[in-house]
Design a binder for this molecule. Structure first.
Ligand code: GAR
Length: 194
């Protein structure tokens, strides 16, 4: 069985969309794959409760617990890798995981690490993507699924979804329109990779 490990920091709606696609499409039987764990860097991430109701193993590796280390990022990533590797993942899926990962982490999961970003990369890497798209006068926005490389929000593009930016859009309304498309393209990419 190919194990999928999903990393979240917040609501986990992309994670839930992947879990539901796996159930609906019977990934264990048809792809020999299952979501084996959901790991968060925050113990208050709402997505953890959903994963638990689905019988999926959950874990928290709290980045704040490493702030006293000489190199907090390296120490956090080492602990995170140990937790992930316990599940021998075929694929590690970043789904609203809001930590910047070290190059060592990225190299360790080379060819097994993917991310979803709420913009049409290479435009608007980083944060506040929807407000930046509105401020720039973009007529279209969207989301990108990409392989993760050491450079933030870069890496080969696997899929994109495009939505219109409407005249009265706020960052919130645009985010909701983009997110509904994220829920479609992320499970699709994972199914194709597996
Ligand atoms: C999603 O819009 C995702 O693209 C974004 O965070 C949101 C998480 O929502 N990710 C990033 O901004 C990563 N840089 P979710 O927790 O409901 O899936």
């Amino acid at each position: 069985m190919k194990n999928i490990v999903i990393l979240i920091s917040g609501s986990g709606s992309n994670m839930a969309a992947i879990v539901q696609a796996a159930q609906r499409e019977d990934w264990p039987r048809r792809l020999g794959a299952r979501v084996s764990a959901v790991i968060s860097n925050r113990d208050d991430a709402p997505g953890l409760a959903f994963a638990q109701t689905q019988g999926i193993a959950t874990a928290v590796v709290d980045h704040k617990a490493f702030s006293n280390h000489a190199n907090p990022r390296e120490a956090f990533d080492a602990a995170l890798m140990a937790e992930i590797d316990g599940h021998q993942p075929a694929l590690v899926v970043l789904a609203g995981f809001m930590r910047i990962l070290t190059s060592g982490f990225v190299a360790h999961y080379q060819d097994r690490l993917i991310n979803i970003h709420p913009s049409l990369l290479p435009a608007f890497a980083g944060l506040n993507t929807h407000q930046r798209a509105i401020d720039a006068g973009c007529q279209f926005a969207g989301a990108t699924v990409h392989r993760v490389t050491a450079e933030l929000d870069h890496g080969p593009i696997l899929a994109q979804a495009v939505v219109p930016v409407l005249p009265d859009d706020t960052a919130q309304s645009l985010a909701a329109r983009v997110l509904s498309q994220e829920h479609l393209i992320y499970p699709r990419v994972i199914r194709e990779l597996l």
